[in-house]
Design a protein around this ligand. Structure first.
Ligand code: GLA
Length: 277
């Protein structure tokens, strides 16, 4: 038997560094996918070293493991969360509910990869619906689905700066007071976004970047890429996305002809598992 998990990338519109503080986020699944294929065999576990380590920690049976992915690695799009979710779905099939799968994937990321992540990535990947955004409230782990207005057009621009989340604890950056202020204001921005025009959303994204800069998870190099994008004709807002210190910049554009070399992001379906015999 072969199990095949298909997991999307994670795009976070607003609500960054709020998940582990009981805040909220507005996110969606991107068209990028990680595919993990697990072929169940008589004995042994074969595959790339990290994949085998995750599989063993998850209690997987003997298997040949093969990963292919077009989720950019180390760019703030949660390629590692996607891999952990792929492992969990292939080990457990559909016997775990979505939220338990998210929690188990988070546990694997903590234990095997050493990244002290929250639940944003896993929940965005497992609760998303095509053409929609997911509002996640981390104080009670509830999600609500909101149709993504077709005037909200997002693109990703690579800052060219690589991040290393587990070598630098992304939570230990600034004073508790600043972090609390960030979470409070970020939560307000998430709620304002729900009824906002694209111009208003762009402004909220710019404010989020400024707040991320204030809590110390951006870098001067990233700030200067963000600034230059924000001042481009047709760009309504831009901010660093994900854990910090580099990676992708999320850009809200007026229309597809802005930043023509970058494709539009497409809100896509959640992670799923299939069985092939
Ligand atoms: C990383 C973590 C998430 C979240 C974001 C910041 O992607 O894995 O849990 O904390 O950073 O919003």
């Amino acid at each position: 038997m072969i199990r095949r998990a298909s997991i999307p990338g994670r795009i976070n519109i607003l609500g960054e560094h709020t998940d582990y503080a009981g805040g909220c986020s507005l996110a969606f699944a991107s068209q990028h996918r990680l595919i993990l294929e697990a072929e169940f065999i008589e004995s042994g576990v074969f595959g790339e070293e990290t994949v085998v380590a995750l599989w063993s920690e998850a209690g997987g049976p003997p298997a040949r493991l093969n990963v292919s992915s077009n989720i950019p690695i180390g760019k703030g799009m949660s390629s590692s969360a996607a891999l952990c979710l792929g492992i969990v779905l292939c080990v457990h099939g559909d016997s775990l509910d979505r939220q338990d799968a998210c929690k188990e994937a988070q546990r694997l990321e903590h234990v095997v990869l050493g990244t002290p992540c929250g639940l944003l990535d896993q929940m965005a990947m497992m609760h998303s619906i095509e053409e929609c955004c997911t509002l996640i409230d981390f104080s009670n782990l509830e999600t609500s689905t909101i149709p993504c207005p077709n005037t909200w057009k997002f693109k990703l621009v690579d800052s060219g700066i690589q991040r290393t989340l587990n070598s630098e604890d992304y939570r230990q950056t600034t004073s508790e007071v600043k972090k609390k202020l960030h979470v409070r204001e970020e939560n307000a921005r998430v709620h304002q976004a729900l009824n906002s025009t694209n111009e208003q959303l762009g402004e909220l994204m710019n404010q989020t970047h400024e707040s991320l800069r204030m809590i110390g998870v951006s870098t001067p190099e990233v700030d200067s890429v963000v600034k230059s994008l924000q001042s481009k004709e047709g760009v309504l807002g831009a901010r660093m996305m994900g854990g910090g210190f580099g990676g992708m910049i999320l850009v809200l554009v007026e229309n597809d002809s802005v930043l023509p070399q970058h494709p539009l992001l497409v809100p896509s379906k959640a992670g799923f598992i299939e069985e092939l015999f």
